[in-house]
Design a protein around this ligand. Structure first.
Ligand SMILES: Cc1cc2nc3c(=O)[nH]c(=O)nc-3n(C[C@H](O)[C@H](O)[C@H](O)COP(=O)(O)OP(=O)(O)OC[C@H]3O[C@@H](n4cnc5c(N)ncnc54)[C@H](O)[C@@H]3O)c2cc1C
Length: 406
C-alpha cells in the first residue's frame, strides 16, 4: 500500500489526466504522411505495453483509461515471470519472447530500481495444516529458514535463468510514465462508450463524456471488461475469474529470501487442496494470492472487493507457511479479475469486419509475463501490417467467426 501511495506522487495524476476532453480531432486537411493516430483503450498492462511500443515505432498515441493506470489485475497481480512454463502450448512463443523482452526492458528502464525486476528461484511444495513438522527427507530442494511451517516435498521448479518477477503496478506505471515523458503519449481518463465505424473502417472513439477522439486505428485492451463492448461481445466471450490477494510487510523482511512458492495447501476444514502462491518482493513485502471463482465483473474497477472468507483463507495460508507472515503484517487485502477466453488462448489481432480495429485481451494468469511481447507484436501489426516478433495467427479473433459462443 505504501508503494501505491508513493506512486501517486511519482506520477502526478494531473500530468497525465485530460478530464475535460471534448475532442482530439484532426484538421480537415490532414496530410497523408502524418504519423498514424492510434487510440489504445484500457490502461492495464496490455494497453500500456501496446501504447509504449506503438509510440516507440513513431505512432501518435492516445491512451484512454476509465479509472487509473493499472487499477485492476495489472496492479494487483503477482508479477511472476517464467521463460518456459508455457512450452508445448499455444502461448509458448509469445511467453518466451516476452520473458526476454522483460529482461531488455528492465535494462532500458532501470527496472530493478524502478519496478523491482529480479530473477528468483521458484519452489513447489505441499503444506498440510494437520502435520506438525517440516519434512524435507526425499525432496530435491532445501528450504530457506523462513519457510518454517508444516511443509513436504519441496522441489525446484524455476531457477534464476528461467524465472523472474516484477512489481506489476510499478512496471505498468513506469512504462506509461516513460511513454508520456519521452514519446508524448497522451493519457485520457474517460470511459470508452463506442467506436464510430464507417464503410467497415474505424473512424473515431466516443467517450461516455461525449468527447470524440479521431483515429486511424484503435486497439481495444479492456481486459475482463471486453464483454461490455457490443462490438466485441457480439463476436466472442471474455469472462472474468475473480482472484484474491493479500500483501504483508513482515517485521524481519531481511529473513525473507528470493523464493517464489507454488503450494499445494491442505486446509483441515477443506476436502480439496488449494493452490495459493507466495511471492516475496524486493520491497520487503510478501504477496500471497489464490482463491479464484467466476463472478460478474462490476462496471467500476474501484468497486471490486475481496470476499471475506477468501481473504481469511489467504491469511491462514501465510501464517501456516511461515511464522514471519502473521496477520499483524497484512497491509493490503484485495481482489481482481483475470480476463479469460472460451478456448483459454488470448485474443490478439484485427477484429473481423472492422478495418483498423484491433483487440488484445484474454491473457488469463499470464498477462504480466506476456504484456511486452503482446504490445510489441500489436504495434507491428498496426503499423506494418504483420508481426515479426510472434506469429499472431493462433491468436486471431477470426477463429471465432461462425462458432457458437459457449
Ligand atoms: C491474483 C492474480 C495474480 C496474477 N499473477 C500474475 C503473475 O504472477 N504473472 C502474470 O503474468 N500474470 C498474472 N496475473 C494475470 C494478469 O494480472 C492479467 O492477465 C493482466 O493484468 C491482464 O491485463 P489487461 O491489461 O488485459 O487487463 P486489466 O489489468 O484488467 O486492465 C484493463 C483496463 O481497461 C480499463 N477499461 C475497461 N473498460 C474500459 C472502458 N470502457 N474505457 C476505458 N477503460 C476501460 C480498466 O479500467 C482496466 O484498467 C494475475 C492475475 C491475478 C488476478
Amino acid at each position: 500500500m505504501l508503494i501505491c501511495m508513493n506512486l501517486a506522487v511519482a506520477i502526478p495524476r494531473n500530468r497525465i489526466r485530460i478530464s475535460t476532453i471534448k475532442s482530439v480531432q484532426s484538421q480537415d486537411s490532414q496530410p497523408m504522411d502524418h504519423p498514424k493516430r492510434v487510440v489504445v483503450c484500457g490502461g492495464g498492462v496490455i494497453g500500456v505495453c501496446t501504447a509504449y511500443f506503438l509510440t516507440k515505432k513513431g505512432a501518435s498515441v492516445t491512451l484512454i483509461e476509465k479509472s487509473t493506470i493499472a487499477c485492476a489485475a495489472s496492479g494487483k497481480a503477482g508479477g511472476f515471470l517464467a521463460l518456459d512454463w508455457c512450452d508445448g502450448g499455444p502461448v509458448e512463443h509469445l511467453a518466451r519472447a516476452s520473458f526476454n523482452l522483460h529482461r531488455s526492458l528492465s535494462q532500458e528502464l532501470n527496472g530493478t530500481e524502478a519496478y523491482g525486476y529480479r530473477s528468483l528461484t521458484a519452489l513447489s511444495l505441499t503444506v498440510a495444516e494437520e502435520s506438525k513438522t517440516t519434512v524435507s527427507s526425499s525432496s530435491s530442494a532445501t528450504l530457506p529458514s523462513w519457510i518454517d511451517g508444516p511443509t513436504h516435498g519441496p522441489k525446484t521448479i524455476g531457477t534464476h535463468e528461467t524465472t523472474a518477477q516484477v512489481h506489476p503496478q510499478l512496471f505498468t506505471r513506469t512504462l506509461i510514465e516513460n511513454a508520456v515523458e519521452k514519446y508524448g503519449v497522451k493519457v485520457v481518463i474517460g470511459k470508452l462508450e463506442r467506436l464510430v465505424v464507417e464503410g467497415g473502417k474505424v473512424e473515431s472513439v466516443i467517450l461516455e463524456s461525449g468527447g470524440v477522439v479521431d483515429a486511424d486505428a484503435v486497439v481495444l485492451a479492456l481486459g475482463p471488461w471486453s464483454n461490455k463492448l457490443e462490438l466485441l461481445s457480439s463476436r466472442f466471450r471474455v469472462s472474468g475469474l475473480k482472484a484474491h490477494s493479500i500483501v504483508l510487510e513482515p517485521k524481519e523482511a531481511n529473513a525473507i529470501t528470493q523464493h517464489a512458492l507454488f503450494l499445494s495447501y491442505r486446509a483441515s476444514n477443506r476436502r480439496t487442496p488449494l493452490d495459493p502462491e507466495v511471492y516475496p518482493r524486493p520491497t520487503g513485502e510478501v504477496y500471497v494470492c489464490g482463491m479464484s471463482k467466476e463472478e460478474e465483473v462490476p462496471d467500476d474497477p474501484e468497486e471490486i472487493r475481496g470476499n471475506e472468507e477468501s481473504i481469511a483463507m489467504l491469511k491462514r495460508v501465510a501464517k501456516t507457511v511461515s511464522s514471519h507472515l502473521g496477520e499483524e503484517g497484512v497491509k493490503v487485502e484485495q481482489a481482481c479479475f483475470l480476463p479469460c477466453t472460451d478456448d483459454g488462448v488470448p485474443i490478439i489481432g484485427e477484429v473481423p469486419g472492422v478495418k483498423g480495429c484491433y483487440v488484445a485481451t484474454g491473457h488469463s494468469c499470464w498477462g504480466i509475463l506476456n504484456g511486452p511481447a503482446t504490445g510489441a507484436a500489436v504495434a507491428e501489426l498496426v503499423l506494418d501490417g504483420h508481426s515479426t516478433i510472434v506469429d499472431l495467427k493462433r491468436f486471431s479473433p477470426a477463429r471465432f467467426v461462425g462458432r457458437t459462443k459457449a
